[in-house]
Ligand binder design. Structure first.
Ligand SMILES: [Zn+2]
Length: 488
């Protein structure tokens, strides 16, 4: 175990000094841990100790944070065209650094790539906000990322006999590559399914695998929240029940996961839902939602700020702002970003004194909405109401448009009953009193502004016709009454 100890020391040294990790050393730490878990089973002090090295203590973290930020700025200012030009016109003052927007990154992705890097993989964002942003990664970054993820996932309970299915977009190069690398390191099974028809997804989850040394069904499901919603709807309305699946954990991300959807997913699929937050641009920084619904971030990997979207000044505790992130070296060496504005709104927590299981780790609220949307209720507030109603189809489609005295909420509901309308009106009166009206429409395409979700990035397949007879499509039902549009 002496070699293991030395490798852990080197890892800790890199975290403390910002010196590059040894990718070989990290791979060996992962292999040691896999071996230890194989030998000693689920939990040993030794395994726990080995995993603890992945998270430095809070005091050490405080000491290195300032140095890491200065190092990130120095690297970007000396090796990328964009920041070289910017710092050519401004002093390097860590208290007044530039904000980098997604539009700037999209317009010249090459200008953010370090002269000193060896780019090997271009990953593009797969959001719903138009032209994707391009981010390049080096082999070093990919090696480090997959090792750190393998350690983190084993800490979260991933073992060799598990099988992970990814229902995220097959075009999302980074998460797909990372899933495969991480699974190779941990030794678990993995399959890339993609954003297919939800009926195909359910079939993948339910079908026995018959593999040596592996669970007999998929144990871990990774999906965007809107695709999870589509699967939940299919299970709720179809002939499936939770006992048909062998899931142990569900990891939704990429979009707002409401409490309502979380509960429905746990009920329909029979496994706990653990929400995460990640974006290709800010890799390896990721948010993890705790049992008290804070979103926690490992601040030794990057600076996390919550800023006013207009002034870019820090918001006060308890206020809402946009999440701005600077990934630190030695985690990133290719596409370098300083104060990257994610566009995601979060609330700064009112207190630093938390009582959850991650109380020592920096936290904000969960994502509440997008900074570029209309003033009015936050996306999370609207979705939380709409997703409690089983009669409203998932994924939820809605739009907010300006009305006389406030925004008007338009919702796509194919067959609204009077009971649904009165329930919605009551909920809205209680929780969104600023709304000027509610309009229900039977056609999502007729919403006043398009409501696109990641589940719309559908990957076509010839599989469905073989799996599901056409008659399985639900037959149209006559509307109970003509309520559409009557409530504005
Ligand atoms: Zn917490």
């Amino acid at each position: 175990m002496l070699a293991t100890g030395l490798r852990q020391l080197r890892y800790g040294y890199s975290l403390l000094t910002g010196r590059r990790f040894s990718a070989d050393g990290l791979q060996k730490i992962v292999a040691d841990l896999v071996e230890t878990l194989d030998e000693f089973g689920e939990t040993t002090d030794e395994a726990a100790e080995m995993l603890m090295v992945a998270e430095p203590d809070a005091k050490a973290e405080q000491e290195v944070v300032g140095a890491r930020l200065r190092q990130a700025v120095r690297d970007a200012a000396t090796s990328t065209a964009y920041y070289r030009e910017w710092f050519g016109r401004h002093d390097i003052d860590v208290d007044d650094l530039p904000i980098t927007t997604k539009a700037q990154l999209k317009s010249a992705p090459f200008a953010f790539v370090s002269d000193r890097s060896q780019p090997v993989l271009m990953a593009q964002t797969t959001g719903t906000t138009g032209v994707p942003a391009s981010i390049w990664f080096s082999r070093y970054e990919l090696d480090v990322l997959s090792c750190l993820n393998a350690l983190a996932e084993m800490l979260a309970g991933l073992r060799r006999h598990h099988v992970v299915a990814n229902f995220g977009s097959s075009r999302a190069a980074l998460p797909v590559y990372d899933l495969m690398r991480t699974s190779t390191l941990v030794g678990n099974g993995c399959l890339q399914v993609g954003i297919v028809d939800p009926r195909i997804a359910i079939e993948r989850l339910a079908t026995p695998l018959h593999l040596p040394g592996k669970a007999n069904q998929v144990t871990h499901m990774v999906a965007n929240a809107s695709f999870l919603a589509a699967v939940v709807q299919e299970v709720e309305q179809g002939a499936w029940k939770a006992a048909d699946f062998g899931l142990r954990q569900i990891f939704p991300g990429g979009e707002i996961l409401t409490e309502a959807l979380r509960l429905r997913a746990e009920e329909a699929l029979g496994a706990p839902v653990l929400e995460t937050y990640a974006a290709t641009e800010i890799t390896p920084i990721a948010g993890r939602v705790c049992s008290q619904r804070h979103m926690h971030f490992a601040t030794h990997q990057g600076q996390i700020e919550v800023l006013d979207p207009m002034t870019h000044r820090p918001v006060a505790p308890g206020e809402i702002g946009v999440l701005v992130v600077t990934p630190y070296p030695p985690f990133r060496d290719t596409t370098l970003l300083i104060r990257y504005e994610t566009g995601d709104l979060v609330r700064r927590l009112a207190t630093d004194k938390l009582s959850c299981e991650l109380a020592n780790v920096f936290a904000t609220s969960q994502v509440l909405g997008r900074a570029d949307t209309l003033a009015g209720p936050l996306a999370r507030e609207v979705l939380e109401i709409l997703q409690t109603e089983p009669a409203i189809p998932l994924p939820t489609r809605y739009a907010l448009v300006p009305g006389r005295s406030g925004p008007v909420l338009h919702v796509a509901v194919p067959r609204p009953s009077r009971r649904l309308v009165s329930r919605l009106e009551e909920l809205i009166a209680q929780t969104l009193p600023g709304l000027d009206g509610l309009v229900l429409t039977d056609d999502p395409d007729s919403l006043p502004s398009p409501c696109v979700v990641r589940a719309d990035l559908r990957e076509h397949s010839f599989e469905l016709s073989a799996l599901v007879p056409a008659a399985a499509d639900p037959a149209p039902v006559e509307p109970e009454s003509d309520l559409l549009g009557a409530l504005a």
